[in-house]
Design a protein around this ligand. Sequence first.
Ligand SMILES: O=C(O)CCC(=O)C(=O)O
Ligand SMILES: [Fe+2]
Length: 445
Amino acid sequence: MDAFVTRRPQKRKTSDDFAVESHEESTDIKLAILASLHPDIEQEMLLDILLAHDGDVQATSNTLKSPSTPRSVKKTANNRIAGQTSLRAFAIDPSSGEPSPKKPKILSKKGQTLHLYDPQDISEHTPCTIIHNFLPAHEANELLSELLEESKTFQKASFKLFDNIVSSPHTSGFYVGSQKELQEQKDDYHYNGGRISDVRTLTPKLEAVRGRVQETVNSAIEEHIRTHHGGQKPRHQPSEPWCANAAFVNCYNGPQESVGWHTDQLTYLGPRPTIASLSLGVTREFRLRRISSFLPSSKSDNPDPNLQGQVSLPLPHNSLLIMHSTTQEEWKHSVSPSPTLTPHPVSGNIRINITYRHYRSAFHPKYTPKCHCGVPGVLRVVTNDTKQANGERERKENRGRYFYMCHAGNVPDPTKKKCRWFLWGDFDQDGNPRGLNMANQSKPG
Ligand SMILES: O=C(O)CCC(=O)C(=O)O
Ligand SMILES: [Fe+2]
């Protein structure tokens, strides 16, 4: 399970905070919501009707439900509804009132949220690829219905870490491909120092979609390396094909259910993992912010203030978000509580999210270094946010290095003696552990 739990209650947003955010909700987001509610209606039509209703999403949606509303369906060659493309076409040049071909310079400023919807903007400003309308509409709805049924038996991740009971602010279920993998999960895998007792095999529809996700992700990885890394994959990113052999399914039942800022745990995925996230049901905002030590630095090594804000992506029904290999180590992500939601026709206020993951064989728990407590360690990367490193200079020198530590090291409990077990991870170019019998090192002090 990912490190998404919070031990202290999060500072609740006030209704004023929400009012401001809601006021700032951009046309892109409103269009994203409308597109997910009315996938058969062209973007131009959605925008026209939205403008006619002064930007009121609910009123626009009500009008669109009327059978007398024209819908001008756009079909592609293979007769599928055309996918969402760029919203650039809707950018109006304020001086001429004409659609502007110019792309505005968009940067996330400190303390501000940059809302992005256009796949090209998302590709340019985040480490992710988004594909709207990923599955044929009927298949997405069937998968949603199946998982809504499954989610009735999901639990909040909740476990004891020393004296702290922690629990996630949403429910989830964990799925693997076979009975053998299921048994291994129960016997050998550790999450936050505990085990997951409720492991399930992929449902027929999750299984049916997995091959398509895999194919799309492997192509997107190649494309991303070509367009963002000059054709050279980042160091430690695996070169083996990405395989969707595990899936966490999250259920957010209503606007207050959420997931706090976190990075996904690397222990069984290895360094620089790719994660594919398919959203179904009501649209929610997915937020990303760079971990400060990975902000691009100016000449004086000061982070660029224009790139310090967070980015918010609305994830509409049937969108596939691919988090590429720099996401987990250099960014944090969250799904924030939402002031209001526009209900989805099938799921109402519920959002289902499937994160397909590649559990790599080189990171099977039999290879995970064990701490002095006898529990497999947790794999992490040194960032500015990493409190375990000794002092500022060491943090800088070691930034980006991997290490294993005891799960207990996360718990600042003055009454308990901290477990100081610590081991540098040593990985080759493809992120495979170099020599699986690494000798344990104890951190001095
Ligand atoms: O619901 C989402 O979009 C994100 C879920 C997530 O971050 C996780 O499962 O680790
Ligand atoms: Fe996550």
